[in-house]
Ligand binder design. Structure first.
Ligand SMILES: C[S@@+](CC[C@H](N)C(=O)[O-])C[C@H]1O[C@@H](n2cnc3c(N)ncnc32)[C@H](O)[C@@H]1O
Length: 248
């Protein structure tokens, strides 16, 4: 299924089905980033805006917010949010020939996670192309280290309760069900969707290919109940996370 069809199907149930990064950011790193880059003279670009969960942070912080997505149904939901300074666009943001707005700040949260590495690189390049001189981008992507650590935590938890790894129901470990070459490239099956996850050294390698400089790398941390239902009280830090990159 292509991205447009996939996200159009999800749009009506997005609120309930799609993990809410903003609501689960336990250390408030996203809020800190929005405060850092806020400027009422500047234009922001919500790159792959979905149903507009970032609008409540971006709209009051910038003069104008351009919100683009590949899914017309997600955009319809996003347009229901009442902010005065939003401008919408329907586009495949992995299209290397796209004409892009020129902005001061790009926010891109869990969009560059397609199984096709060329499309992902093209999106990183499009972010760079849309930045004015001196502009900055904040990009959030899934972490492969976090995915592996969560799998280890689950196996360790079972062992703690007397179940050996071989006896764990395979449906609990279904993320790595693809080809070996997918697994080694960090393509994990999440809710039956092939989802690219990144390692830290990979990000340091990939971003320069798109002309982007990685200024700071942070974790957007979540609690364990975002991974497992009823995690034990002893399961504490380190918590699962996505990578958050500040770049320019
Ligand atoms: C997980 S959602 C994240 C939405 C939003 N950034 C947020 O954090 O709430 C991924 C979004 O990326 C959009 N998307 C995926 N591939 C895209 C592409 N090639 N061009 C534009 N948008 C895309 C989807 O339509 C979907 O709205």
């Amino acid at each position: 299924m292509d991205q447009r069809t996939h996200w159009n199907t999800i749009a009506p149930v997005y609120q309930d089905e799609i993990f809410d990064v903003f609501a689960n950011d336990r250390k408030g790193i996203l809020r800190k980033c929005f405060r850092k880059y806020a400027n009422k003279q500047h234009i922001a670009f919500d790159f792959g805006c979905g149903i507009g969960k970032a609008f409540r942070f971006l709209s009051p912080a910038f003069k104008k917010v351009i919100a683009m997505d590949i899914s017309d149904r997600c955009l319809e939901e996003a347009k229901n949010k009442e902010y005065h300074n939003l401008h919408f666009g329907l586009a495949d943001l992995s299209d290397e020939h796209l004409s892009l707005p020129r902005v001061d700040f790009v926010f891109c949260c869990n969009v560059i996670m397609l199984p096709d590495p060329d499309k992902n690189l093209s999106m990183f390049r499009n972010i760079k192309k849309s930045l004015k001189r001196g502009g900055s981008a904040v990009i959030v992507v899934p972490s492969l280290e976090s995915y592996l650590f969560s799998a280890w935590r689950l196996i360790d938890w079972y062992r703690h309760e007397g179940t050996q790894p071989e006896a764990i129901d395979r449906s609990e470990l279904s993320g790595f069900s693809g080809k070996i070459t997918d697994i080694l490239q960090g393509i994990v099956t999440i809710n039956e969707v092939s989802t690219k996850h990144y390692t830290e050294p990979e990000l340091h390698t990939l971003l320069p290919r798109a002309g982007l400089r990685l200024r700071n790398l942070h974790k957007v941390e979540y609690t364990w109940d975002t991974e497992f239902s009823q995690p034990p009280a002893w399961m504490k830090e380190p918590y699962p996370w996505d990578w958050l990159m500040e770049c320019n």
